[in-house]
Write a protein that binds this ligand. Structure first.
Ligand SMILES: *Cc1c(COP(=O)(O)O)cnc(C)c1O
Ligand SMILES: [Zn+2]
Length: 421
């Protein structure tokens, strides 16, 4: 066994009870969620910035902080996405320093879910699962299907029947068993949990969830390294189940614990959560000061990827946002569409509806004075716009069609352009 295994077990986030590493996502005493624990002292003694920088630029360069016993066998090329200095969007929003972490171009299925899936499925193979699956709002379905196909695993994938066509096709193409369930995501998830239990399959966001969730930390590791081994002041992240936002912050904290970034830097990062108003259980909890979110029974928004009415990590996400001094907001469907276009027109990035949510919420928080205009901000863009084309189809300017002649071309110029001399 290669010397990369620093994960010592699982721990209940509520009562602290320890468990051996196993496919289990809740404490048998109090049903609290389980989280992977690591030997940070051993990791600190083992890694350095130089060692990491010599490795290929993908998420596995931080493998000591990921919960595999051996080498990754699924998705060895995932991660390593660009962090872009977004000066044109910064101008449009009236802020000084803005960055975009662009996971819309993650390999292989164009969303940050490839990160969580490569960890979960590599772990599933270590546990000996031959059949895997998930409950999904779309991107997870795409990623589980693709990564299961490339590693020869059988996959059962459960999604709400109202999912976007591109996300259905972008799952079916890989040949999994895709099941459209006539219900909300929460109903889909309940069914998937029952299936996992009865058939003993490895469901990435059910019984493999503690391992799956760790993959999201690599977004935070990469942001810190790409900024030159330091943290930004403000991070805006979309929230569905509420896991990603917490793992980005945990990543900063871990880098500090193992000595890769300056002590005290993670405590200075304020985390901001973004949702659509049509499904806003976590942002509502933050804004109303409620400790526990009120589940949204019937989500109603074009942003289906974030439409989880009863988020598994909602409580922890709201707590983290409050504890870091950040805030949360939600935005309407028209604002989502407007900001998908704003991002595309200022930065040349075609993000999915969740990206529109993140940009629109950032704009709102800046206007509210919650995020100061002169401090460094990172937006986390998590999915690709080619998967949610219907959302903007009626809003973008329609192209003109002309006959193949100069006359026809010049007839459509509003003002004649000066010809070359
Ligand atoms: C799943 C997903 C998220 C949020 O993930 P959670 O960890 O469940 O909060 C954000 N953006 C996109 C595009 C997603 O598919
Ligand atoms: Zn417990």
């Amino acid at each position: 066994m290669p010397a990369i295994d620093f994960a010592t077990g699982l721990k209940c986030k509520v009562c602290g009870k320890l468990y051996a590493k196993q496919p289990l996502n809740f404490c048998t005493d109090d049903f609290g969620p389980l989280e992977v624990v690591y030997d940070y002292e051993a990791i600190a003694a083992h890694i350095s910035r130089a060692k990491i920088e010599m490795r290929p630029f993908n998420m596995w360069r931080y493998r000591e902080l990921l919960p595999l016993d051996g080498e990754p066998t699924v998705g060895p090329q995932v991660g390593g996405t660009p962090l872009i200095k977004a000066d044109r969007l910064a101008d449009a929003l009236g802020v000084e320093r803005l960055w975009i972490k662009n996971d819309a171009v993650n390999f292989p299925t164009l969303s940050f879910k490839d990160r969580v899936v490569s960890v979960a499925l590599s772990k599933a193979r270590e546990f000996g699962f031959r059949t895997v699956g998930c409950a999904s709002t779309g991107n997870l379905a795409n990623s589980v299907a693709a990564n299961a196909a490339s590693s020869g695993l059988e996959a059962y994938i459960f999604v709400p029947h109202t999912l976007e066509r591109a996300k259905i096709l972008g799952t079916s193409i890989y040949g999994p068993k895709l099941i459209l369930v006539e219900g909300t995501y929460d109903q889909v998830n309940r069914l998937c949990s029952q299936v996992a239990l009865k058939y003993g399959w490895g469901m990435v966001n059910v019984n493999l969830r503690p391992f799956y969730a760790e993959g999201s930390k690599t977004v935070g590791f990469e942001i810190a390294e790409q900024l030159g081994w330091r943290t930004p002041s403000h991070v805006v992240s979309p929230m569905a189940g509420g896991s990603l936002i917490g793992k980005i912050h945990k990543a900063f904290h871990e880098l500090e614990q193992v000595g890769l970034i300056a002590p005290g830097s993670s405590a200075k990062v304020k985390m901001y959560g973004a949702q659509a108003t049509g499904c806003n259980p976590i942002t509502d909890a933050v804004k109303t000061g409620r400790e526990r979110h009120k589940p949204v029974k019937t989500p109603n928004t074009i942003c289906k990827s974030l439409a989880i009415g009863d988020p598994a990590d909602g409580y922890f996400a709201a707590k983290l946002i409050r504890d870091t001094g950040g805030w949360a907001e939600d935005v309407s469907d028209p604002e989502i569409v407007e900001c998908m276009q704003l991002l595309a027109r200022t930065e040349g990035i075609f993000a999915e509806t969740a990206g529109g949510v993140t940009v629109a919420v950032t704009r709102k928080l800046i206007e509210q004075g919650r995020i100061p205009r002169d401090e460094e901000i990172v937006l986390v863009i998590t999915g690709n716009g080619l998967k949610t084309q219907d959302a903007i189809a009626d809003s973008v300017e329609q192209p003109v069609t002309i006959k193949p002649s100069m006359d026809a071309f010049e007839s459509i110029l509003a003002e004649p352009a000066p010809a070359l001399a």
